[in-house]
Design a protein around this ligand. Sequence first.
Ligand code: SAH
Length: 195
Amino acid sequence: MGLSLTAQAHAIAGKNLSNGDIAIDATLGNGHDLLFLAKKVGVSGKIFGFDIQEQALQATRCRLENEISGKNITLNQACHAQMSGYIPKHLRGKIKVIMFNLGYLPGANKSVITQVDSTLSALQQSLDLLAPSGVITLLAYPGHEGGAIETRQIDLWCKQLNQDCFDTQLLVCSEKATAPRLFIIKKRTGSVLSI
Ligand code: SAH
């Protein structure tokens, strides 16, 4: 059996990160990705996390506790469509990895899910925030209500990106229409344009 899509997202993100780098977790959820990112960038790095639910921030803080120093980690209870405003100007264009894991928070209210408009807005902002050769990983779940439309819109959004500036890939673990999919968007080195 191959690696799970989550493991593949971590492998791709991990390859792009070293000590001292800056990364964003756009959907904290239970904090797995944030902890992964924080370990990769170390104490000299910096991480920004976003989630609209207090419960996700708490779950993330809980996961970090006893694991690592949280000094260089900023958790924002905010929609990722506000992302740019939370990233200091001097760090824009310097973010090495931005991770998204869409859908609902496992174990919480399933009616709170990521939405097409805010997801696309966050993705668009991510393009400018990324450093050259920086990467976005996005896990989408077409199997839940609203998820199929969101996944389709993300697919279309990826296809309209300027392929001279961004390299996009799609990984699936099964051909089923409802199977999760991993989008990978890499900013090409030397790219100055984002649209
Ligand atoms: N589906 C994944 C987990 C995704 S968690 C799995 O099964 O493992 C997705 C997180 O995104 C949730 O915690 C939810 O609160 C958060 N979220 C939803 N809309 C958001 C938004 N607009 N901005 C930031 N986070 C959001």
